[in-house]
Design a protein around this ligand. Structure first.
Ligand code: F6R
Length: 640
């Protein structure tokens, strides 16, 4: 179900292109797949060919999964379909795991009845002499089918469509292009490091794309929210190639909820529609106003409200003075140095209950370092304040260990065994296998199980080291090794029964008063999101148990982003010393320190990201007029 389809029916629209927002990702994928299927069927009835323009990457993968399902279960035939892919890397064999040809074969073509000759992908290995001709022929071939009926697009974080990087001309055609730094950076993981990412690609042009009869640009996840806002609400500019779509008469953006958060209808809904001014909306409005005017909350005047689209709020709730105080107090009450509740004190205005004074706390850490990175200060306080703290490490995190780091440990074990005459045939075998594989491993190739085990053990050791450092007994460190993660690839299996059971078991065993989980939807590979879904499902299954009635679930954000300030329900301040201690706790994760296999969209090391973010939150509070702290960790309570 779309939440809102046609924003131009709203009071005021800032959106310059038709934009639909879907509540769930599944619904989004199904809606796009179903539009494609309807086109194919309509064309079939008329005995015509359906010409599809297709994209690769994470964005459309599940649309292809749904089309495959429709083919297998509903008999959707691709006999009459001709596909043209947007782009292809240059300089890698078409059989490489990272080539878009391989991607399309594995994710769609191999599983449907499309004719091989109908699958068109630019040839990234064409010689320089033949390149121009190849590109011209690609254009001509599209035209020979009467043009593209339906063009599916993703969007890069720099606003590219296809590989039309910023600066691409509106009438550009299929051509060779130099990839942007950001594009290469985002692809670094698939290629096992920036150095291996191709510098050039062949892409259909903006002009080619705009000739399509229907265009759907899909985007999901918080990471794309900012570029989506610029493409949908900003001016048409070559700096954001996706903004050219504003000029197409039949183009739509389809988004999920988390990708729409920067659009005016989400960020300032009172400017685009009638809103219900409940507590949460008032808080959002007032914080927005204070930030817009760079004023502290208590300094906002009636005039400020009236001149910035918030006169409605004044009309309903009286003077700025009263609203300011109300919101200021709400924010004040989110601040606590007692994340587990302050014993023997009035807790009416505190984020956590005073009782029981000593709580059982269960921290879910999706990867082995999220506990310390994202809530290290709070983790330390919970331990120092005498709560029984457990950490459940949800996944092994093995794919984020670099090969040379694994090699170092393998050599250590082998040298140790040799020097001290330790003999364990099985261990030796595992380490030998891993070593032999490392010697012949190809770029981006999936690790064999023995190597994954070595990498997993490295991360277990680091997590244990952090626990010791914070003061958590190792018997309270639970390594869940959730099966969905264990593919050895970025692509994980869907979360399933076995995962739910493991998560539910650990909750049931500990019977916690507090659960902390990563409420992070911006993790580039979605592991945090899947781990959160696992916690939600486990909690749903257990919620009828007596002990769950006394259990509160707090969500922290992973390393990538922070909660919007108006949503925060608990912030835990940190002193300069506590910030330093947290930094040292993060340093225990040596395999993640430099040259992390996957660095994400941000090249800062994890300790730096965490500190910048925690300092940023403290600064925001301070700017709104609250006390000045060195840093703060923020949480939102999830009520079930
Ligand atoms: C891929 C393509 C690109 C991607 C974009 C987003 O064929 O043309 O424009 O759509 O880079 O990539 P993902 O979906 O991996 O975030």
């Amino acid at each position: 179900m779309t939440l809102e389809t046609f924003s131009h029916f709203n009071l005021v629209s800032f959106e310059k292109i038709d934009t639909s927002i879907y509540q769930s990702l599944d619904e989004l994928f199904k809606a796009v797949a179903s539009e494609i299927a309807t086109l194919i069927l309509t064309k079939q009835k008329k005995g015509e060919t359906a010409v599809l323009g297709l994209a690769t990457g994470a964005t459309p993968k599940k649309v292809y999964t749904e089309l495959i399902r429709m083919h297998k279960e509903e008999g959707l035939s691709f006999e009459n379909v001709v596909c043209f892919n947007l782009d292809e890397y240059c300089g890698i064999p078409s059989t490489a795991i990272q080539s878009y040809k391989t991607f399309m074969n594995e994710n769609l073509f191999n599983h449907i009845n499309i004719k091989e000759e109908n699958c068109n992908i630019p040839n990234g290995n064409i010689s320089t002499e033949l390149l121009k001709q190849h590109c011209d022929e690609y254009e001509k071939k599209i035209d020979s089918y009467g043009g593209i009926d339906f063009q599916l697009l993703g969007i890069g974080r720099n606003g590219h469509i296809g590989f039309n990087e910023p600066g691409s001309h509106v009438s550009s055609v299929t051509r060779l292009i130099t990839l942007d730094h950001l594009t290469r950076f985002d692809a670094a993981y698939e290629f096992g490091g920036m150095a291996n990412v191709p510098r050039k690609a062949i892409t259909m042009g903006i002009g080619t794309i705009l000739k399509a009869k229907r265009i759907v640009l899909m985007a999901w996840g918080e990471r794309k929210a900012s570029i989506i806002q610029q493409a949908v609400e900003g001016i048409v500019t070559e700096y954001i190639p996706a903004s050219y779509l504003q000029g197409h008469k039949n183009a739509s953006f389809v988004l999920d909820e988390s990708c729409s958060t920067e659009l005016a209808r989400r960020k300032t809904p009172w400017l685009t529609d009638m809103v219900k001014w409940d507590n949460a909306m008032i808080r959002k409005g007032v914080i927005y106003l204070a930030q817009l005017l760079n004023k502290s909350i208590l300094k906002l005047t009636n005039n400020d409200y009236n001149q910035n689209g918030l006169s409605d709020l004044l009309a309903l709730h009286g003077q700025a003075y009263d609203i300011n105080i109300e919101v200021f107090n709400q924010l004040q009450h989110t601040i606590t140095g007692w994340p587990g509740g302050k014993p023997n004190s009035d807790d009416a205005n505190r984020p956590e209950r005073a009782n029981p004074a000593k709580k059982r706390v269960l921290i879910f850490s999706p990867h082995p370092d999220d506990d310390i990175i994202s809530m290290g200060g709070t983790f330390q306080r919970l331990v120092d304040q005498g709560h029984e703290v457990h950490v459940a490490y949800q996944t092994s995190g093995n794919i984020a260990v670099a090969d040379d780091e694994a090699l170092r440990f393998i050599e250590f074990v082998k040298d140790y065994n040799k020097q001290f005459g330790v003999k364990s045939a099985e261990t030796e075998k595992m380490y030998d296998e891993a070593l032999a594989f490392l010697k012949v491993k190809k770029n981006g190739e999936k690790d064999i199980e023995a190597l994954r085990k070595v990498k997993g053990i490295i991360r277990v050791g680091e997590a244990k080291n952090t626990c010791r450092f914070v003061g958590v007994s190792l018997s309270n460190a639970h390594f869940l090794d959730l099966p969905f993660y264990e593919t050895g690839l970025v692509e994980k299996m869907p979360i399933g029964e076995a995962d739910f059971e493991i998560i539910a078991n650990v909750i049931d065993k500990i019977k916690p008063h507090q659960i902390y989980a990563a409420g992070d939807l911006a993790d580039p590979h979605g592991t945090h999101k899947v781990c959160l879904d696992g916690v939600f499902e486990a909690v749903k299954r257990l919620k009828h148990n007596e002990y769950m009635k006394d259990c509160w679930l707090w969500l922290y954000k992973g390393a990538w982003a922070e909660w919007d300030i108006d949503l925060i329900e608990m912030v835990v301040p940190m002193s300069p010393d506590q910030v330093l201690k947290k930094r040292n706790g993060i340093f225990k994760h040596q395999s993640q320190k430099d040259g992390v296999v996957f660095q994400g969209a941000d090249s800062r090391e994890f300790w730096k990201r965490a500190e910048d973010r925690n300092r940023g939150t403290a600064e925001l509070y301070n700017k709104l007029g609250l006390a000045e702290y060195e840093a703060m960790e923020a949480f939102v309570r999830w009520k079930f």
